[in-house]
Ligand binder design. Sequence first.
Ligand code: FES
Length: 352
Amino acid sequence: MSVRRLAEVEFQPEGFAFSQANAAWAQQTIKKYPEGREHSAVIPLLMRAQEQEGWVTKAAIEHVADMIGMPYIRALEVATFYTQFQLAPIGTRAHIQVCGTTPCMLRGSEELMRVCKDKIHPQQFHRNESGTLSWEEVECLGACVNAPMVMIFKDTYEDLTPERLAEIIDLFDAGQGESVTPGPQNGRIYSAPASGFTTLTDETVVLKETRDREARKPAAATASDAATVAPTQSAKPKTDAPETDPRLKSPSPVKADPAREAAESVKAPTGNVAAADRQDPAVEGNAETRQHSGKKRGGGETEAAAPETLQGEPIGPGGKRRKGETVAPEGDPTPEAPKTRRRKADDASGAE
Ligand code: FES
């Protein structure tokens, strides 16, 4: 980056003041920032001063610094750091910024700069004799895909040739800059392929395919209408269970016989708590086996065998078989737990 200094004293005006509209805008802009953070408005205010005067004068820098309570040196640092701020007078009708970064350089930006040197001034940041034009080389302006390009004020002119740039410079110098349309100057739309389309080049093929597809639609619709496909059964339940027999009516019209229901029901034990808690010996054995396995089951469980016994793998706490624990034989309809057998054996020995 080159050293950026303020313009010589002879170019600096005596003072600076925002226009009435710009002054109101500046006050509104300062209010956007929190109290005590007014310094943050320095860049937008300096840019508005440049848009008003064409460049950033020393008086403008100090005026902006006063508005936001910023030391002059801080405002000077900002103005001299950012290359977007022009620190010397520029052309009154056009200041041409030529991108010289690699993509534009490869596409001919040096030729564009030669045009600027020929038509404006051999050195950048110098105005032509009438003071209407100036130019400078800048870094990438973000339109690389349409390189080479230049920026004039806020518009970009892309896909330039030296001849086209010369024409544009002449138009701006004549005060007819608005007649030039910004953007690509070679006729392409935005960044579409410069050499034309490489695919889908034959439009008639695309149109024919569309026509054929449209023509096929009615025929396909007629064919599907005529089809006699049975309705799908995919969402229907697949079961032969009598409970889901669609012929069953619910509620059932057949009333249950109360006397038969009572006879078939298991009567609850009454008047004897011990009898109520006692279980069938086979069931009790299973329950104890389950307790050894670390699983608590209700005393009223009446399964013939616990799942773990059926699988032959009683599981104790921690997933391991306890020492001395045995497995009920598979297929035994009335398996007896080891403890039950041991208790019976103890009873027998006691009786002797
Ligand atoms: S390199 Fe020139 S616009 Fe990006």
